[in-house]
Design a protein around this ligand. Structure first.
Ligand code: GAL
Length: 781
């Protein structure tokens, strides 16, 4: 398939004249967004309108006799396609692809014109529109456009699945044949060695593959199936697949026959400034972040089918995917419902060869029951794909369950209530119960919020996951959500951002991200819930703090003195529950003060009590203990006050240096130091420093953090950060931003040329960070 993303004429206000060669405003490349939006206060009116795209394509005379197809992978939202001025199709979904044959319209050796009249408005006649929606729905041709040139007889479709772990099944559809032609099928392993080869034909083909490796998130082994339809001209198509089965029992989703708990997050498909329009590299980067940085094994593509590039990365990295039809709470009239059925069909047909997808969401997210509609969407999904269970997301209990899995947004945890509801309170059905959202709007948390809130945010994610994992009544949890996202005026924190992410909009980690990371074993993780700066505490009293870690034990030191060792306790579901650090005095009295036996324990208890209750609110028991110390050990009031000042109060003394050492397998694995910051520096993480020009532009994400000398994020360093770019690169968005919670980001795109360039990140309080970037290749004509 030939990608034709370059050189599109564009007008932001459609005129019929444009269809016949009328003037364009600019030339653009795809993926394209109709409007670059600000990070805060983005306005949904700014991307709504009727726009036009136009491109000239040439077909060589040698192509004559072949069949030609025009394919759009995604254009938001209602697209009218014209080829050589003739209207050839209308597609009414901004989240599924569309394709049509243009063979009879192509003029060989001449210029042909593709025009797309695109309604980018939130048109209530099609899903997801018709009511309020908690996310922006940016307009534009934001995925690739392709020309697919095929021989007259060609492979129209192949659906590949593995009914068991050593058989490949192919449902094959050819076109331009009489139905009796044979195809050659070859299965190749990752190294390109042939696993098996055989003859196949139109219809159902079962291919025994012998001993093969099965696909799991832990070992996502993929194979390639090459199908060749012989003829005057051969049609050769390659498909990627993994050997895996997916099924359900009463409580579980079974991967390869075994219960597999889905531990995941919800993902929207947007970025700051560019909206939906980002090329393959950044789609894949999100999957990498989910897998490698957040350590999850599953993702829900809320609330619509997402880029094939993202899903390809889920296939190859090993992330289980729940993909659903577009929609948000609202169900429209009968035409609207018909479109929802078309969307179900398109979603399943277009995405069913992704091994990573294990569930089809065939209900409108959080809609009311509508048995007539959902009987049909279930029927469509099961007919087009007998291998995967269906589900659909609701927020209420005991809803009519026509699907195979009861998906439920469980927002019951409010900090005090248990992490999730019991299954018996949600559904009486003997089918698996999956939590598809939790937290989110229940506890919006900004990266610049005070430490208590950020810590509680992380703890709430931990509590929900722990509850669902320990009760053996849940098949998995997708929490809300991967990163902060812009939304409509009816939602958000006043600046139209939902601060619901475990990462910020740029995919910088909040503390809650460390909870997710701590559930995986890939690298030692240790993050502390507080900066331990007394000025961030009421009265300067340090308090209980949590460590998010996958270490076996956390050893705490004050300066060089050992305080105490802490382990995770009371978490029954999580492999690595957060570690409560509730004694900052520990052995310090013993090592530093000259106290005697029982006196040391009494003073220790009294100081901890003062820390918890505040000096002016000591419980009677503590007062009595202190009184006893005065009588029995001759302690004076001033002795108590001085110990209090040293170990609890802190206001007026020299601030402590706290050292947390994560111990794994009896060895120090990771150290975190919390101490007064004196010097800031920048950390810039690039998604890639090598970009590739060609059939479209490439882009890189730069995640930026202001760090102290111990590499902790300087959370309150809301510094102005400016960007300067040299070489064949352009900034997407502004060249000056504010660090929020000590973090920000930017995006660079290539501009058609090869060469090297730099991104300089500047703040007045740090040294500049300079990143070198190489652009390979040139814009294809
Ligand atoms: C849910 C909804 C999500 C998001 C979330 C915030 O009700 O499905 O799209 O709005 O709430 O918590």
């Amino acid at each position: 398939m030939k990608i034709i993303d370059n050189h599109w004429d564009y007008i932001s206000r459609w005129t019929d004249d444009f269809l016949y060669g009328g003037p364009a405003e600019e030339t653009v490349r795809l993926p394209h967004t109709v409007k670059i939006l600000p990070l805060h206060d983005a306005d949904s009116n700014d991307y709504q309108g009727m726009v036009g795209y136009r491109k000239t394509v040439e077909f060589d005379a040698s192509e004559n006799g072949r069949r030609q197809f025009l394919q759009f992978d995604g254009a938001a939202h209602i697209a009218e396609v014209y080829f050589n001025e003739k209207k050839i199709m209308v597609h009414k979904c901004g989240y599924t692809g569309f394709r049509t044959e243009i063979t009879d319209l192509v003029m060989y050796g001449e210029k042909n014109t593709i025009v797309l009249k695109l309604d980018t408005s939130e048109n209530p006649s099609v899903p997801p529109f018709g009511f309020v929606i908690d996310y922006l729905t940016y307009g534009g041709i934001y995925r690739d456009v392709k020309i697919d040139s095929r021989p007259y007889a060609y492979i129209e479709d192949a659906f590949l699945y593995t009914p068991d772990l050593h058989t490949l099944h192919i449902s094959l559809k050819t076109s331009g044949t009489d139905g009796s032609e044979k195809v050659h099928i070859r299965v190749l392993d990752q190294k390109g060695n042939t696993v098996t080869e055989t003859e196949g034909s139109e219809g159902e083909n079962e291919i025994p593959c012998g001993t093969v490796s099965c696909w799991t998130p832990e070992s996502p082994v993929l194979y390639t199936c090459e199908i060749t339809l012989a003829g005057k001209q051969q049609d050769v198509q390659n498909y990627t697949f993994g050997f895996r089965t997916i099924s359900t029992d009463e409580n579980n989703i079974l991967l390869n026959g075994q219960p597999y708990f889905l531990r995941g997050l919800n993902r929207h498909q947007c970025w700051p400034y560019a909206g939906y329009a980002m090329p393959a590299s950044l789609q894949k980067e999100d999957a990498r972040i989910l897998k490698e940085e957040l350590g999850v094994n599953a993702v829900r593509t809320s609330h619509y089918p997402q880029s094939h590039d993202f899903l390809d990365a889920c296939d190859s990295l090993g992330i289980l995917v729940f993909t659903e039809i577009p929609g948000w709470q609202h169900i429209g009239d009968s035409d609207w419902k018909k479109q929802a059925m078309i969307n179900t069909e398109d979603m399943v047909k277009q995405y069913r060869n992704h091994t990573s997808i294990v569930l089809w969401g065939v209900r409108i997210n959080e809609s009311q029951d509508d048995d007539e509609l959902y009987r049909e969407t279930n029927r469509i999904a099961h007919t087009l794909d007998p291998t995967r269970p269906t589900s659909g997301v609701r927020y209420f209990e005991n809803s009519s369950l026509l699907e195979d899995v009861y998906s439920y947004n469980d927002f019951s945890h409010d900090g005090k209530a248990p992490g999730c509801r019991r299954k018996q309170d949600v559904t009486k059905e003997k089918k698996p119960l999956l939590i598809t959202e939790s937290n989110g709007h229940m506890f919006p948390t900004k990266s610049c919020d005070r430490w208590e809130r950020r810590q509680e945010h992380a703890l709430r994610h931990a509590r929900v996951m722990d509850s669902a994992m320990k009760d053996h009544e849940h098949a998995g949890v997708f929490q809300w959500c991967m990163f902060d996202y812009p939304t409509h005026r009816d939602f958000g924190s006043g600046d139209r951002i939902c601060y619901h992410g475990v990462m910020d909009s740029f995919r910088n980690p909040k503390l809650a991200a460390a909870f997710y990371a701590s559930q995986s074993e890939t690298a030692p993780v240790l993050e502390i819930g507080s900066s331990m700066d007394i000025g961030d505490y009421d009265g300067g009293h340090l308090d209980t703090v949590y460590a998010f870690t996958n270490c076996d034990e956390v050893k705490l030191y004050r300066g060089n003195d050992f305080v105490k060792s802490f382990v995770s306790q009371g978490w029954k579901g999580l492999k690595h529950g957060p570690v409560k650090i509730d004694d900052l005095i520990g052995e310090l009295l013993e090592s530093r003060e000259n106290l005697h036996g029982k006196q040391e324990k009494l003073v220790h208890d009294a100081l901890l009590s003062a820390q918890r209750n505040g000096n002016g609110h000591l419980p009677l028991k503590t007062m009595m203990q202190l009184g006893w110390c005065m009588i029995r050990y001759g302690m004076k009031y001033s002795d108590g006050a001085s110990l209090y000042g040293k170990y609890v109060g802190g206001w007026g003394g020299e601030q402590a240096i706290w050292k947390f050492v994560g111990i794994k397998n009896s060895k120090p694995a990771v150290t975190v130091i919390k101490a007064p910051e004196t010097k800031l520096h920048l950390e810039v993480k690039a998604s890639s420093c090598v970009l590739h020009e060609g059939s479209t532009y490439d882009a890189a994400a730069f995640r930026i953090r202001v760090l102290d000398e111990y590499n902790n994020t300087a959370v309150y360093a809301q510094l102005p950060v400016s960007f300067k770019v040299s070489g064949p690169l352009k900034i997407i968005g502004p060249d000056m931003v504010s660090a929020e919670g000590g973090m920000c980001g930017t995006y660079l795109k290539t501009v058609g040329k090869e060469g090297t360039g730099t991104l300089t990140v500047h703040t007045a309080q740090t040294e500049d960070a300079v990143i070198e970037i190489t652009v390979k290749g040139r814009e294809e004509l």
